[in-house]
Structures are given as C-alpha cells and as structure tokens.
Design a protein around this ligand. Structure first.
Ligand code: ATP
Ligand code: MG
Length: 534
C-alpha cells in the first residue's frame, strides 16, 4: 500500500501497554497508527489529523470513552469518524445503547481476538479510504464540470461574437451587392446559376430569379451564346476560373458588351462547392478598342500604300537616273567625243601644212591634250554607262569594270561566276546588279583599305546571289544592322535596288574584311540559259 493511500488510526487508552498490544495487532494493516494516552490528547490529535478510525477504551480516568465520543462527534469535521469501543468489563445492553447514541459504531470486548479487531478496523479504514477517494473523485468531477462550464461559456461568448460579426459582414456584403455597378451572381457546383443581383434585373428588365439556372442565356446575344456557354461548362468541369466577354440585351432591346468573371469556392478537400462572379459593363471601352483597332488597321494600310508608292517612285527615279546616265554617256561619247576627234583631225592637217617649228610644237602639244581629253571623255562615258552592259551583257561589263578599277586603284580583283554559262537576265536586273557591285567596290576602295576584292555571281534555281568581299578593316555592327543614320546613300541605294526586285541585302564582317551579299529572285528560269563568255 503506498504511503499516500494510508489512513490514520487513532488508538486511545490510558494504559501504554494496551496501546502497544493494539499496535502490534494492527501493524500488519499497514495504516498509520497514532497513539493517545488520554481523552484530551486524543481530541488534540483529532483536530490536527484526519482520522479514519478511533479505537478507544471505554473507561479512562479523566474523560471516559462515552464522553470523548460525544465530544468527537460534535465537531463538524469528525461527525462521520468511526469509533470502536474496547471494554474490559461486560457491558449491559443499556451501556451499549448509550455508546451507540454517542456515536460508537462497534464494540469489542476483552479479551481481544486479534483477527476480529484487525478485521473490524480494516473494514472501517477501507470505508474511510473509499469515502476519501469518492470525495477526491467528486472534487475532481466538480472541478471538471466547472472547467467545462467555463469553456462552454467562453465558446458561447465567441459564438455570439462571431454571429454578430457575421451579421455585420452580411449587411456589408448586401450593401456592396446593392450598390456595385457590376452584376453579381453565384452558381452551384454543377454550373446552374442560383443568384443574380438586382443590377441584372434593372438592366434587362427581367423578372426576379428568371436569370437562375441557365435563364441568363436568354439575354445573351445569339452570336455569343454558344461560345460563352461552352467556355462556362468547361470551367465548371475543370474548376478553372472563368472569364468571358459577351453582349447582354438591355430592356431597351439594345445589346451592350459585358465581361464576366467567376471563381470557384472549394471545400477543405478541394472540391468545388460554389461559384461567385461578376459581370462588368465594358461596352464603352470595347467600342474604343474596336475603333482604335480599326484606326490602327487603316493607318497600317495607309503606311503600306505610301511605302508601295515610295518604292514605285524610287524605282522610277533609279530607272530615270540610269537612263539619264546612259543619255549623258551617249552625249559625251557621240557629241563631245566626236567633236574632239574632228578637232584632232583638223590639228593633224595643220601640222602637215604648216611646218613652222614653233607652231608645229604647239599643235603637237594640243593634239596630245586632245588625246587625253578624248580618253577622259571615253572613260567617263563608260563609267556612267558601260556600253558593254547593253550589248554583250553583265559579265563582260563587270570584267571591264574590274580591270579598270584594278588599274586605277591597285586593288586586285577576282570575278567568279556560277554556272560559268551564266544566263542573260532582264536588262533592268543586269543594270541593278552592275550598279550594286559598282557601289560595293567603290566602298571597298574608299573605306576598307583592302588589297583584294572578290566578286561572285551565282545563279541558282530561283534566284541570283551576288557577293562582294574584301580583306579590309571590316564594318561596325550598326552598319551590318543597316541602322538608319549610320549608312549612307551608297548602301541605302544597294538595298533599295535589291528590294526593287523583291530581294534583300545583307552586310557582315568576314574577318578579315566585309562581305556584302544580295539575293534577288531571278526573272528567268534556269532552263532559258544563254551562253555568254565573260
Ligand atoms: N567595304 C567596306 N569596308 C569598310 N567600311 C565600309 C565598307 N563599306 C561601307 N563601309 C562603311 O559604311 C559606311 C556607309 O557606306 P555607304 O556606302 O552607305 O556610304 P558612304 O560610302 O559613306 O557614302 P556614299 O553615300 O557616298 O556612298 C561608310 O561610310 C563606311 O564607313
Ligand atoms: Mg558608298
């Protein structure tokens, strides 16, 4: 038995020997045994300790057992204390009754039978212990009931507070729904509408709740109905947020554009239980957007037209420029050139007729000057428009030009043509290619510091590729990107000529040097090749 569960047993007798014998008998019960040798001492001990059983002698000198029992039971705390009297003398029934009246619960007469005493004391001690346990349990129970009651009170209070908060929130929500410019709606998990705010009925003139289910679709423009319905059903199935634009018919019969949005509300397991959404009037911004789109398209069309017109104009300008160059070349060749030939012939006649050495010397010098002038006129007219270009074609003209350039500049040049039997192209395309190569090589001469230049001309299935490469210093990135402001009339003109024929120009660094590449669709198919020797 643990010390905590032990109960106190008070043994009262004026004879210490008897107390000792009781102690020996009761010792094996394992309870706390307390001894008192007088009624007074017993009373004091009773007040200080909680006593389960009092074992007392009936006859004691100062205060006899009956008197002591009466005093014990008068004390409120001890009213239930079990008292067992031990009497040496035989007690009459009357004596016993007196004892019971004063609170005795049992009698034991001498000689004491130890087992009997132990059994009786143990029964009362057990009773007391159980009463004690019951009391503890009772106290605990009461405490628990108290705690529970407090907790319930607290919960009730919280619930009340939440309720009033909910009421307030509901009122706020009502106010928002009533005053919102948008239509507010809710739908069940299956997609059927179960609430549509007043704003919808105001706008459409529909009767209350007529928009529920799929009733709202009756007010959607027939052209938008299927699309928005299909989108809505797919969102209801996938649980993805819904957004759609459609027209809704107002009570005046006119349609306005609305944007509907809805989000799903899910339970803790993630299952969609409800949908909430709004429908906002976006008619004005939609019209603005449309008109802006129309204006942008119109603007784009105008820009395209202008660009085409400019392209035509620049094409014409280039053609005119080429024609003008051709005319000036012819004038120089046929006019000034012929005049100079005539003057030279006349001077030759003068030299033969008049042999004055001084005059003769002047005439000879004048003839040499005329020769140089004739050469210059010839070379100028050829550069303006190579006569070979019209007559024997692009390759001969190019070869003639490259030879001249090498002579004038010292830059070595090479022409590679693929296929060697290169076809004749249209006169316009041949002129354009000649001019492009001419400008590219002029740039090589003016800007690159190159020693060598390579020209290749390749005729493929559907296009002609022209490249001019040098071993000079190369070009900066902004020039290869053809950024306006960094390129001059030369590269601009090359690009324009390429565009004229539906082609394009590319510039790149070939490390070392620069590579200019032009690809233009060929006017002639490969089968119509004309054999030309360069
Ligand atoms: N082969 C090249 N090597 C190095 N730099 C070049 C080469 N070709 C062009 N460039 C650079 O690109 C620039 C633009 O060339 P573009 O032909 O457009 O104009 P430009 O030659 O300066 O003047 P113009 O309008 O008289 O032709 C040149 O000024 C030069 O700096
Ligand atoms: Mg140039």
């Amino acid at each position: 038995m643990s010390a905590r569960n032990r109960v106190n047993i008070l043994m009262v007798d004026d004879q210490p020997a008897k107390l000792l014998s009781y102690e020996v008998i009761l010792d094996e019960l394992g309870e706390n045994l307390i001894k008192a040798t007088s009624g007074r001492e017993a009373l004091q001990l009773l007040l200080q300790n909680e006593i389960a059983v009092v074992l007392m002698d009936v006859s004691m000198p100062e205060l006899d057992g009956f008197e002591l029992a009466e005093m014990i039971h008068q004390h409120p705390r001890c009213q239930k204390t079990a008292i067992i009297f031990i009497s040496a003398v035989h007690l009459t029934d009357l004596d016993q009754l007196k004892g019971y009246q004063r609170g005795a619960v049992d009698y034991i007469s001498v000689p004491i039978i130890p087992e009997l005493l132990r059994a009786k004391v143990s029964v009362f001690a057990e009773l007391h212990r159980q009463a004690q346990q019951l009391e503890t349990l009772n106290r605990e129970l009461e405490q628990r009931v108290l705690e529970r009651t407090e907790e319930l009170d607290r919960k009730a209070e919280t619930l009340q507070r939440l309720n009033s908060e909910l009421r307030r929130k509901n009122q706020e929500l009502d106010a928002i729904v009533q005053t919102a410019p948008d239509i507010i709606f809710s739908r069940q998990a299956d997609g059927l509408r179960d609430y549509t705010s007043e704003r919808f009925h105001e706008y459409t003139g529909a009767l209350a709740s007529s928009a529920n289910g799929f009733g709202w679709l009756d007010y959607v423009h027939p052209e938008d109905r299927e699309r928005s319905m299909a989108l809505w059903m797919s969102c209801a199935q996938s649980g993805e947020s819904y957004e759609s634009e459609y027209r809704i018919r107002g009570k005046d019969g006119q349609y306005r554009w609305f944007r509907a949005r809805a989000v799903p509300i899910r339970d803790p397991q993630g299952k969609v239980v409800k949908w909430y959404g709004t429908c906002s009037d976006i008619h004005d911004s939609k019209l603005l957007e449309h008109s802006m789109r129309d204006s942008a398209a119109e603007l784009e069309r105008m820009v395209d037209e202008r660009t085409a017109a400019l392209r035509r104009l620049s094409g014409r300008l280039m053609t005119m420029q080429d024609e003008e160059r051709r005319r000036i070349a012819r004038e120089l060749h046929d006019g000034l050139g012929q005049e100079l030939v005539a003057v030279k012939m006349m001077l030759n006649g003068v030299i033969q007729q008049d042999s004055t050495p001084r005059k003769n010397q002047a005439a000879i010098e004048a003839t040499a000057m005329i020769d140089r002038a004739m050469k210059q006129v010839r070379s100028m007219s050829h550069l303006l428009h190579p006569p070979l270009l019209d007559e024997v074609g692009l390759l001969s003209a190019l070869q003639w030009y490259l030879d001249g350039l090498t002579k004038r500049s010292g830059i070595e040049t090479a022409l590679d043509v693929q296929p060697p039997e290169f076809p004749r192209l249209t006169p316009e395309l041949e002129t354009a290619i000649f001019r492009i190569i001419q400008e590219a090589l002029t740039n090589v001469f003016r800007h690159s510091g190159a020693h060598k230049g390579w020209v290749t001309l390749t005729h493929r299935e559907t296009d002609v590729v022209v490249t001019v490469r040098d071993d000079g210093k190369g070009v900066e990135a902004q020039i290869t990107e053809l950024r306006p402001g960094s390129i001059g009339i030369g590269i601009g003109g090359m690009r324009q000529r390429a565009k004229e024929f539906g082609g394009e120009l590319r510039l790149a660094n070939s490390n070392p040097g620069t590579i200019v590449e032009v690809i233009v669709p060929s006017a002639l198919p490969l089968s119509q090749k004309v054999s030309v020797t360069a």
